[in-house]
Write a protein that binds this ligand. Sequence first.
Ligand code: HEC
Length: 201
Amino acid sequence: MFLKKAQVKNFIRNVAVYPIYGVLFCLLTSFSASSETATEVDLRVNKSRATVKTFAGKLVKELKQALEEGGPVKAIKVCNIEAPQIAGELSEQHKLRIGRTSLKIRNPNNEADAWEQAVLQQFEQRKLQGEDIATLEYFEETEKGFRYMKAIPTKGLCLACHGEALSESVKTTLTEYYPNDKATGFKTGDIRGAFTLIQKD
Ligand code: HEC
C-alpha cells in the first residue's frame, strides 16, 4: 500500500510536475533570449541615431559657415571636400560606415545599393501614407551587418543648390564639379535622401 502511494507520487512528479518546470524553463530562457536581442538592437539603433545626429550637425555647421563666408559657390566647393571627409572621420571614430545617399544623387560615390534603394522607395511610400519625414527611419540585420537609414528632409536652406531655380553661377559650379548631377529640382518637404549606416561589430 505504502509503496504504491510512493509510486503514484513519483508518477505524478515525473509526468505532471517536471514537464511544467520544463515548460517554465523554456519560457523563461526564450524570454531572456529575446530581451537580450532586443537590447542589442536598441544599442545599435541608439548608436546609429547618435552618429547620424553628430554627422548632420557637423554638415549643417560647415554649410552655414561656408554660405556666410562666400555664398553657394564657395559652399559647393566646401561640401565637395568636407562632406566625404566628415563621413570618413566619423566612420573611423565609431567603427562603422556612415554616408548619405539618395534616389537622385549629386556625387556618384553616394549611389544607393539595392538595399538602400529599396529603403528609399519605402520612405517615399511611407511619406505618401502620411508619415512625418522628419522621423522616417528603418533598420535591419543584413548579411552585410546591421544597417540603418534615416530620411533627410529638403528645407529652404537646401534649395540654392538642390532646388528648381538655381542661379547661373551655382549651375556652372555644379556642372564643373558634378557633371552627372541628378540632385536638383527638389521642393521643400521632399525627401532629399537619407543618412545610411552599417555596423559590423
Ligand atoms: C551650397 C550648396 C548646397 C546646399 C545649400 C546644400 N547642398 Fe546638399 N550637396 C551639395 C553638394 C556639393 C553635394 C555633394 C557632396 C559630395 O561631393 O559628397 C551635396 C550632397 C548632398 C547629399 C548627398 C547625396 C548626393 O546627392 O550626393 C544630400 C543627402 C544632401 N546634399 C542634402 C542636402 C540638404 C538636406 C540640404 C539642406 C539642409 C543641402 N543638401 C544643402 C551642395 C549643397
